[in-house]
Design a protein around this ligand. Structure first.
Ligand SMILES: [Zn+2]
Ligand SMILES: [Zn+2]
Length: 131
């Protein structure tokens, strides 16, 4: 699988990181109130493919809530620890944090939709175009 290193930041630049991403591995959109209201479009990488450069004020561990910059409020990333329903540690990244991703490549990435609004995380909602 082809990995590309992308560089990422929040709006104000306090949070910066890079990640080795295989876009063909896919991205996720969810209709739960958290994801939908944040316009959260994400992908996951293993921790060894993620490098923090600066993240002074972002939640870093033990959270399912994506990290949010304390200064500008933009969602960037969160380290997600393994649970019984999530078998591996990973880093969830908002694709909007990437500064040097090609829009066409991003638009071509596969998207898995989750019906989180109805606690039916492993199925797609009936409507996904608004996500
Ligand atoms: Zn910021
Ligand atoms: Zn969600």
């Amino acid at each position: 699988m082809p990995y590309t290193t992308y560089h990422a930041s929040c709006h104000c630049g306090d949070v910066r990181f890079e990640a080795d991403v295989d876009l063909s591995a896919g991205t996720t959109k969810c209709n739960c109130t958290y994801c939908f209201k944040n316009r959260y479009w994400s992908l996951s990488v293993f921790p060894d493919r993620f490098r923090e450069i600066a993240s002074p004020n972002v939640a870093k561990s033990g959270s399912l809530t994506p990290g949010r910059c304390a200064r500008c409020g933009v969602l960037t990333f969160a380290r997600v620890t393994a649970t019984d329903w999530n078998p591996v540690d990973h880093v969830a990244i908002s694709v909007a944090a990437f500064d040097d991703i090609d829009p066409t490549d991003l638009a071509s990435a596969p998207v898995t939709h989750c019906d989180g609004l109805h606690d039916n995380w492993w199925a797609a909602p009936a409507e996904v175009r608004h996500l």
